[in-house]
Every structure is written in structure tokens, then in C-alpha cells.
Ligand binder design. Structure first.
Ligand code: DER
Length: 224
């Protein structure tokens, strides 16, 4: 796990927003790892919460930390989701998916009353796009989907891990798409979502309420 002190500080800070009895959306990534670890300590001390994990990796960590889990057959809306991001712009729009969990993250984050993003200061950008945009696509005909995305002006690269094609928790592929700087993330998301074969994009538009940033100025909690 990325031992970066800023990630640990930001991740741990988020537990201050967790109240007894909450149903939580559990995000994914190495910053949220620290949230989960800290939350596990509070559960140990008697805090009563349960959460829906946004990836198999998060599910494993939650089990390691004895955080009670639930699922959408039991709850359809969560009180609070805590997640990470690859980029955060000034409107609190996000690029996510660096860890490959963007689809389940978006389903968990979008179905939570509040979304808190925890991040090191390096994630703050003036415009999204320096980080190649992860797009989850169906494996069937992914080559055609990739070509359609190329025609939109991007350079899609099929994500691989340890020399073989990366397969998401949903059995799909991920194309990392370099669009250069993205002037209108909301519009790009809509255009991509309409493409046959695209499951979901890593653009999280207008769903973030609070960001917790850790960096040279210590920890900052910023509300939209
Ligand atoms: O993949 C994701 O969306 C993760 O949340 C990721 O963006 C955050 O990664 P990090 O907290 O490990 O930097």
C-alpha cells in the first residue's frame, strides 16, 4: 500500500464524518485504504456501521478490518460514500478509474446521499485530462469501440496488468483514453456513454460534495 503520509492523513480524516448507524459506500484505492483501516478501529470500539464495497479489493480490506458489509439487496441508498480520485478539478468533477473499479465506484458513489473524496494534493488540477481517462468497455467488439473513441480525438490504450489484458470486477476491459485536456467533462462523458460497447466512463460529474486534501498546507476540508 502506498505509504504516502498525505494519503494516510487525508484517508483517516474522513472518518470524522462517519456517524453511528450510517450505511456507507466504501470506495477504492490506496487513500481510502487508510479510511478503512481507521474505521476498523472505530468498529472495534463499538461504532455501528455497515458498508457496500466498491471493489473486490475493498471488500477484502473491509473483511480484514472487520467492517460489517451489506449489499444492494438490503439497502438502495447509502448515507455517505468515501472514495479516492485520480484528478479533481475546481468544480469537484473527478477523473477516476486508475485502480480499475470505476463502474462499481460510480454505482456506490452516485447512490449515496453525500460523497467525500480523499486525496493527496497532487490530485488537484485546473482541468481534467492529464490523467488518461479510464473507460470500461465490453470485451466483445472492444476494437470497434476503441476506434470510435479514436475518432473522437483520443488515443485509447487497452489496459494490461502483468502482461495480460486487465479484466475488471465486472468482467470487462478498460481503455485508458488520452483526450489531452478536457474542456467540457460533462459533454465528453455524455458523448462516450452513447457509444455502443461503452459501459461507463471515469468522469464523475457533479456528485462530489466534499473533498479532503492533504499536502503542504496540512489537511483541508473543502465543501462544494
Ligand atoms: O481507481 C480509482 O478510482 C481510485 O479511487 C483511485 O482513483 C484513487 O487512487 P489512490 O487513492 O490509490 O491514489
Amino acid at each position: 500500500i502506498d505509504g504516502d503520509l498525505n494519503k494516510k492523513a487525508a484517508g483517516e480524516k474522513a472518518v470524522e464524518f462517519i456517524k453511528d448507524g450510517m450505511v456507507l459506500g466504501l470506495g477504492s484505492g490506496s487513500t481510502v485504504y487508510w479510511t478503512l483501516k481507521k474505521l476498523g478501529e472505530l468498529v472495534e470500539q463499538g461504532l455501528n456501521v455497515k458498508g457496500i464495497p466498491s471493489s473486490k479489493r475493498t471488500e477484502g480490506w473491509a473483511k480484514d478490518f472487520n467492517i460489517p458489509l451489506t449489499d444492494f439487496s438490503q439497502v438502495q441508498s447509502m448515507d455517505l460514500a468515501i472514495d479516492g480520485a485520480d484528478e479533481i478539478d475546481k468544480d469537484f468533477n473527478l477523473t477516476k478509474g486508475g485502480g480499475g473499479s470505476l463502474v462499481r465506484e460510480k454505482i456506490v458513489d452516485a447512490n449515496s446521499q453525500k460523497l467525500i473524496i480523499v486525496a493527496d494534493q497532487s490530485k488537484l488540477v485546473s482541468q481534467l485530462g492529464k490523467f488518461p481517462l479510464p473507460v470500461e468497455v465490453l470485451p466483445f467488439g472492444w476494437e470497434v469501440t476503441a476506434r470510435k473513441i479514436s475518432e473522437m480525438g483520443a488515443t485509447p490504450v487497452l489496459r494490461e496488468r502483468e502482461g495480460s489484458v486487465f479484466v475488471s470486477n465486472n468482467g470487462n476491459y478498460i481503455l485508458d483514453c488520452d483526450f489531452n485536456l478536457i474542456a467540457d467533462p460533462g459533454l465528453l462523458h455524455k458523448e462516450l456513454k452513447q457509444l455502443l460497447g461503452v459501459v461507463e466512463t471515469g468522469l464523475f460529474i457533479n456528485i462530489t460534495d466534499t473533498i479532503i486534501i492533504s499536502g503542504d498546507k496540512g489537511i483541508e476540508v473543502l465543501h462544494k
